[in-house]
Design a protein around this ligand. Structure first.
Ligand code: ZN
Length: 211
């Protein structure tokens, strides 16, 4: 099964669907998917997810459940923290700052977005997301995290994916899953990028504890 996931050059909005079809119960989270990664993501691993401005949906009211929208389609990118956060944070912030710079300039192949801004990262344990369930509709591997490093330049890349093809017509439960993901990922607060002052006015309405 893992071979299929590893060899698949599947990108775009059906990527998560492809993973779910080929790994229905999420067992491959325990197997090494990427040839460039140090191995599968362990339950006790901490991961970082970047927060970028402008926020998706309703930017005026701060962080919202669109934070993990792409976990249903292309996969929600995260960085595995290979050591404790205090030792890793400069590397993680620098990686996300560089990605934001490329997004501003258009070097990433998308149209240039001069307002794009990395503001910081949220941190969560792999187990905190993986153990999440919908009480109403239980499913094995509802929320998964796979080691999905695309290249040796980025060995700690991982994707959060949600198995929700049984909820195509249930907007409420899909929203509930997004809210669960956001709530769990944000409970430690936002680790603000060193490029921003902690009292930066742009962070005023974000509605998350700043650290
Ligand atoms: Zn497998």
């Amino acid at each position: 099964m893992c071979d299929l996931l590893l060899s698949a050059d599947v990108q775009g909005p059906t990527r998560v669907q492809y993973f779910i079809q080929n790994d229905p119960d999420g067992a491959c989270q325990g197997h090494k998917i990427s040839s460039c990664s140090p191995g599968p993501v362990k339950d006790e691993e901490m991961l970082a997810r970047s927060i970028d401005f402008p926020l998706r949906e309703d930017p005026a009211s701060g962080l919202n459940d669109s934070l993990f929208q792409d976990a249903f389609t292309i996969g929600a990118s995260t960085q595995r923290i290979d050591d404790d956060w205090d030792k890793s944070k400069s590397v993680v912030h620098a990686r996300y700052e560089e990605r934001a710079r490329r997004r501003r300039s258009g070097e990433d192949g998308r149209s240039a977005n001069p307002d794009w801004l990395y503001v910081g990262s949220v941190l969560f344990l792999a187990s905190e997301l993986r153990e999440s369930q919908l009480d109403a509709v239980q499913r094995a591997g509802r929320i998964r995290i796979y080691d999905t490093a695309h290249s040796s330049d980025d060995p700690f890349h991982a994707d959060v994916m949600v198995s929700a093809d049984d909820l195509q017509t249930n907007k409420q439960l899909r929203k509930l899953l997004r809210v669960i993901l956001m709530t769990k990922a944000c409970k430690r607060g936002l680790f603000v990028s060193p490029s921003l002052a902690p009292d930066d006015q742009r962070l005023k309405n974000i509605k998350i504890e700043l650290r």
